[in-house]
Design a protein around this ligand. Structure first.
Ligand code: NG6
Ligand code: CA
Length: 508
């Protein structure tokens, strides 16, 4: 197998070289190569289906995201692969269901890379098709192979799994190290002030959220009581690296600048940009320009901030005259959560806003709101605006973008749905396996099957129903979007059919 692969690679590299030679002389072919569309994935963190006005929110207005929704395809049945971050990011980048990889679970900032450097990824596939590839924003897929020395080049990481350029935060905004990493190097690090990171124990003499509440600008509710950075207590302990530490309130602007620069620097080549915003994940730290803007507290404010950022980013594509040659996919890594570990008024000031848009559950949940997220495709001049009820999932980007870019690379979990993503077809997936904390459920047509699981049915800290019960749950989303009526007993035939499909897909 390996030998065959190597042979193919050699043949491929050789023929690509030949191709390039031909292109140097034939201008028409050069034009063809550069007319490949740019591809941008705008990935939000914990944004719920109902958090954007395009999906019906009335208490918050997201005009820039709405512009994408109303000018593109707005999917009403778009899914992340998981109800948490790491697994969803694994799914969207590799085209493989995250439940196949036991390491695809919320990772600490010191975790090793969970994507194999041998594995197919969206950026790798696109690179082979002549794309230049970049990531700006949240990574959270692990770095290195075990013990990371943050004072040397950190690898393997995004650059080793397909990204030519990377400007990332390692894990989450609430986890150390609270620094940006550019192509493997901590940005702005003073070599005389090395960084140390540990998730097990604190460094002598360093204050913590637990022991030094007097130093806190934001109070922790659960977890989040280790090292303090910018007055915010984090998960994990960190020492040193003062000059490299990010300023939370500037993070959105900072990533935006990097994303804009990326576009400007690569506008002449076909590029793939994976732009992974940090909002509205905790800690919610709107820039002062947005403080109080939503009347809903910081969670609402950072959604408005994200919407503004997206508007600025699109303006850049427009100014650089490449908006009509760029496919944008907008979605979120998992569903919404209010109190995710800090006291930040998300619950208190929610008012009538419904982050999940009426779906049951939320982040961490096997109920629908965990994975059923905003999903929009936009390509000015190519996509005719529409609303699509087709079932689509982020794991499908691999095969679909391969089709668009002319690659024959596929993975078996991914489905080629390019026509659906472009609004030309309304026939999406039939079946989709969804995941929450390595437990899985099946969506098949309008139906959802959740197998019996043991465990607490509610995460009381975040106040979210997890979808866990000791019997089978069967819901019909068409008639019961809130998943209130379990039809497992009354619809025995359907249940049997769903169990059979589920077991087949899970390989059980
Ligand atoms: C949880 C954190 C939560 C958030 C989540 C990851 C605690 C108590 N809770 O463990 O605050 O960081 O991990 O979110 O530590 S995700 O969107 O990146 O998956
Ligand atoms: Ca998330």
């Amino acid at each position: 197998f390996l030998k065959l692969g190597l042979l193919l690679l050699i043949v491929c590299t050789f023929s690509c070289k030949q191709e390039n030679k031909k292109k140097e002389t034939a201008t028409t072919e050069v034009k063809e190569a550069s007319s490949k569309p740019n591809i941008v994935v705008i990935y939000l963190d914990d944004l719920g289906y109902g958090d954007i006005s395009a999906n019906g929110a009335t208490e918050i207005s997201t005009p820039n995201i709405d512009k994408l929704a109303h000018g593109g395809v707005r999917f009403t049945n778009g899914y992340a692969t998981s109800s948490t971050c790491t697994p969803s990011r694994y799914g969207i980048l590799t085209g493989v269901y995250p439940w196949r990889n036991k390491d695809a679970q919320i990772l600490p900032g010191t975790a090793p890379l969970i994507i194999s450097t041998e594995q197919t990824t969206v950026p790798k596939m696109l690179k082979q098709q002549g794309y230049t590839t970049g990531i700006v924003g949240k990574w959270h897929l692990g770095l290195g192979t075990g013990h990371v020395n943050w004072n040397e080049r950190v690898s393997p990481g995004p650059n080793e799994v397909g990204f030519d350029y990377s400007y990332i935060m390692a894990a989450t905004q609430d986890r150390v190290p609270t620094v940006y990493i550019k192509d493997g190097h901590v940005d702005g690090l003073d070599p005389n002030d090395p960084i140390e990171v540990d998730y097990a124990q604190n460094y002598e003499g360093q204050p913590t959220g637990k022991d030094n509440p007097e130093l806190l600008k934001m109070k922790w509710h659960h977890g989040h009581n280790n090292s303090i950075v910018n007055g915010i207590p984090r998960i994990g302990f960190m020492k040193g690296g003062e000059t490299a530490k990010w300023k939370d309130v500037d993070m959105a602007d900072h990533f935006l600048e990097k994303a804009k620069d990326y576009v400007k620097n690569h506008k002449k080549e076909p590029f793939f940009l994976y732009y992974a915003l940090q909002q509205p994940h905790v800690p919610r730290t709107p820039h002062p320009r947005f403080l109080g803007a939503s009347g809903m507290g910081p969670r609402g404010d950072v959604i408005l901030e994200a919407d503004w950022v997206i508007g600025e980013f699109i303006k850049t594509l427009e100014d650089e005259k490449i908006l009509e040659n760029t496919l944008i996919v907008f979605t979120s890594d998992n569903g919404p959560v209010l109190n995710d570990g800090y006291f930040d008024d998300a619950v208190e000031k929610l008012g009538n806003h419904t982050p999940a848009g009426g779906l049951r559950g939320g982040k961490y949940s096997l109920f629908d709101a965990g994975t059923h997220v905003p999903f929009i495709t936009y390509w000015k001049g190519t996509i005719t605006p529409s609303v699509s009820d087709a079932l689509v999932c982020q794991v499908d980007l691999l095969n679909s973008l391969a089709k668009l870019a002319g690659s024959d690379i596929t993975t078996s979990d991914s489905e080629e749905l390019m026509d659906v993503l472009l609004g030309k077809s309304k026939i999406g997936r039939t079946n989709l396996v969804l995941e929450a904390g390595q437990k899985t459920a099946l969506r098949s047509g309008d139906w959802i099957l959740i197998p019996p699981y043991t465990g607490n049915p509610i995460n009381t800290q975040v106040d979210i129903e997890l979808g866990i019960a000791d019997t089978y749950q069967l819901y019909n989303l068409k008639t019961d979007i809130k998943q209130e009526t379990n039809l497992a007993v009354t619809h025995a035939e359907k249940l049997k059919e769903m169990i059979a499909t589920y077991e087949e897909l899970r390989g059980e």
